[in-house]
Design a binder for this molecule. Sequence first.
Ligand code: SF4
Ligand code: SF4
Length: 395
Amino acid sequence: MQQLEVLTHQARALANGTLPSSEAELEVARQMQICNACRYCEGFCAVFPAMTRRLEFGKADVHYLANLCHSCGACLHACQYAPPHEFALNVPQAMAQLRGQTYAEYAWPFAFGALYRRNGLTLALALAAGLALFLLLALLVKGSLLNPPLPGGFYAVFPHNFLVSLFAPVFLFATLALGLGLRKFWSDVSPARSSEGSTAKSVVREAVLEAASDVLLLKYLDGGHGEGCNNEDDRWTLWRKRFHHATFYGFVLCFAATGVATLYHYLLDWHAPYALSSLPVVLGTAGGVGLLIGPTGLLWLNLLRHPLHGDPAQKPMDRAFIALLFLCSSTGLALLMWRDAPAMTLLLALHLGVVMALFLTLPYGKFAHGFYRSAALLKAALERRMPSNLRLGGD
Ligand code: SF4
Ligand code: SF4
């Protein structure tokens, strides 16, 4: 009778499409079943405590766990069942492979996600070069690529309204694509359950604060013991956390610089070019330096990475994101340094092309993981505040 119930349950799940079906989903589910019996790695990150709240791993569960993992490698180096053991457990790699699949699956429009996943590096660089070339040709039609110092700065080359008409749709498209992807991910991994439906507001507030702090401090990149992740071998290092911080806060500062400049322009009627000591330039310079150091360091760690960590097929996509961030900051800082030089128009076209390519590709790779991971951390923080559905022992 019990067996019939199990079979009925599985048949229903299969019909609803809630069972893992792809190779990557099935592999994560298989490995989580083994880990759930072992539980040695429970203190390493948020994945293992979330795993212990489940006995079965459906499609939504494995998508959630894959985005909760940040590929620190700790559970591979600690595992007695890692290759060459016949169980061949490699949680970081299985999670990374599935994570890559989720970027494409939740992407909007879907075709862009699949294209970027297959040809990330080529696509990103071709897009940046193509857009820069387009702007350079536009300048050539107008006159020369080199110019004497221009009193109106950048806006004497490309008028402010032209830049707004170029960048506003790109920014809105990236925001919309990220928002739709995130909504799809959240509605998949957090199906409404009666126990979650009645969550008190104070609990939600606490969970949001905890998840925000985990995201801002990159808590789990310290390996759960404060000494860091594994990168090329079984030694711990905090460099991954430091370079992620430099990249993340570099991006935030650059974004803040653009925001402040927009407020200056529209609210205060103060127009660029701004002095070197002005707030937008100071924020942009600090952000640019962060975006030089962070991506350079991440690329260095990526090249040294243990071959069993991560998904080799995703390396071009990861490096594309790193390359675009680096090109954004290097061309931006060069533009600041030579903004009164004849080469300013050339640098401006290059910088704008790279920034536009970065925004167009943001929803389809590593950047999107930041959003899915934040959502997964929020779900983990919410789950921790609820009684377990398993109702075992101390629950
Ligand atoms: S990764 Fe290995 S050691 Fe860690 S919980 Fe899973 S089976 Fe156990
Ligand atoms: S690789 Fe790191 S983050 Fe991912 S499951 Fe293992 S210990 Fe957790």
